[in-house]
Each structure stands twice: as structure tokens, then as C-alpha cells.
Design a protein around this ligand. Sequence first.
Ligand code: C2E
Ligand code: MG
Ligand code: MG
Ligand code: MG
Length: 286
Amino acid sequence: KEDGRGTIRAFDRPMAERVQARKSMKLDLEAALARNELRLVFQPLLDLGSDRIVGAEALLRWRHPVRGEVSPAEFIPLAEDTGLIVPIGEWVLSEACRHAASWPVDLTVAVNLSPAQIRDEILPLRVLAAALKAGVSPSRLEIEITESVLLHDSDRNLAILHALRTAGVRIALDDFGTGYSSLSYLRRFPFDKLKLDRCFVGDIGVSRPSEAIIRAAGEMGRALAMTTTAEGVETAEQLAWLRANGWSQAQGYHIGRPLEAPAVGALFRNLDATGARRAALRHPTM
Ligand code: C2E
Ligand code: MG
Ligand code: MG
Ligand code: MG
């Protein structure tokens, strides 16, 4: 009996601590927006056809006053559970557009949206309002979603995605290859872009089966008239392989790490029309 109680307590305490930690993190996240602890960083996107930087993906960062930098892998799920992702996502949209407004007009900005945001019927209006308020054409905006968006309420969510697309916003299927039924989703919505998850790219030169899968995914994307983007490109070898196999875009540490907004702004404004955009990125002078 005594042992039993002790055992239960041993299990109870860490559980209670975890619940408590989540609660306090939730309260902290609620305050994070007002306290200016959230910011966006921007990871450049390379077009392999022209060898030019064509835009960047906005990635959310949270600098907690005590914990320091908290990974989005940790706080985005928390924000999704608590519903905080809606106001935070709204902030991300307007902030991404505000920064993009200071870039050359041919550069695009990609924003990640959570399923909870897609369920919001006025999302298309929110997105357009954010773009118009910043003076950015909706055609410079790209929305990245994962297939989990189409898992529930899918008819409703598809209608919302169609409305966005009609307004000129491009829709990308993110983390392709990591979900449960990617292929059926490709049949149900005309995505503009397919972003292959970085777990495949990391296998280039290492695993023949992975290479075969990347080739097939690229061919499928091209056949469906999608831009094919490979994520997590970390080496020159991976980049050369993707280029040789017809991939249209690449993103990853080898091309450029996510940059703070002032750095990406300075970099983009210094890319001249004729000069080597990629060279500028590899050897940043600012
Ligand atoms: P994601 O949209 O697939 O973003 C790509 C992630 O891969 C980013 O992680 C990026 O920093 C990382 N990455 C890029 N290149 C490389 C590389 O060469 N090697 C490796 N190892 N990693 C690379 P991050 O910034 O930690 O974001 C993680 C995820 O959090 C994102 O995955 C996205 O799903 C989510 N997220 C980030 N910002 C937002 C946001 O504003 N809203 C929503 N809803 N989700 C976001
Ligand atoms: Mg993404
Ligand atoms: Mg991804
Ligand atoms: Mg992801």
C-alpha cells in the first residue's frame, strides 16, 4: 500500500509540474505579443532557374525574458491549443507584409498558417487587409499550410483556400511527404507550390530510395504545374543534385539561414537587377 502511494506520487509530481509549466508558459505567451517578445526572421528562397533570390519565408521567434529563445516547435503547438495562434497569426501576417513592403516589389513573402487560422471564415479578408494596409500586392504573398489543414472541416477549408487564391495569394503545401495522405490532397486542391520536407533532402547522396522519392515528387509537382521547392538544403552537393533533377527552388542553410528583419531588408535592397543575387547572399557585406 505504502509503495503504491509512493509510486503514484512519483508519477504525479512530474505530471503536475508539466501542467504547471504549460500554464505558466501559456500566460507568458499571452503577454508575449504586448511585450514585444515576438519577432519574425526571414529565410531566403533561391530560384534555381534564374539563380536568383526570389523571396523569403517568415519564421516566428519568441525571446522569453527568462527562458531565452523558445523554439516555434515548442510554442506554436501551445498557441494552437490555447487559441492564441489566431491573434499571433494575425500579427505575423501584418508584420510579414510590413517588412515585405520595404523590399523590391518582385520579391515574395511566405507566411505559415496553422489549421486554426484556416478555419476562420474571414481569413481571406484578414489576409487581404494585411496586404493592402502594408501596400503589398496580394500576388507577393504566399501562404504555407500543411496537409493537416485538410484533415478536418475540409470542404469549408478548401473554400477558404480557394477564396485566397482567387485574390491572387499563392498557396503552398508545406512539409510534403511527412503526413498521412499527401497524394489525395494534391488531387483536391490546386496548390501553387509543393515544399518537400527537409528529411528527404538530407538523404541526397546517402539513400537511393530517398533520391528516387525526391525525383518522383519533383516529376509529380511539375506534371501538376506546381513550383517545386526543396527545404533544408545544407550542402552544395544537395543543391547541385536538386538542380540536375529539375527542382525549381531551394531553401536551406546552404543558401541562407533565417535572417533578422533589418539584415534581410538590407540584403534585399542591395540586390541589383543584373547582379548575382546569390553571390550577394553567400558573401554578405553588410
Ligand atoms: P517550416 O515552415 O517547415 O519551416 C522550416 C523550418 O526549417 C524552420 O524552422 C527553419 O529554420 C528550418 N530550416 C531551414 N533551413 C534549414 C536547414 O538547412 N537545415 C535545418 N536543419 N533546418 C532548416 P523553425 O523556424 O524552427 O520553424 C519550425 C516550424 O514552426 C515551421 O516549419 C513552421 O511549421 C512553424 N512556424 C514557424 N513560424 C510560424 C508562424 O509564423 N506561424 C505558424 N503557424 N507556424 C510557424
Ligand atoms: Mg513553412
Ligand atoms: Mg516545411
Ligand atoms: Mg514544419
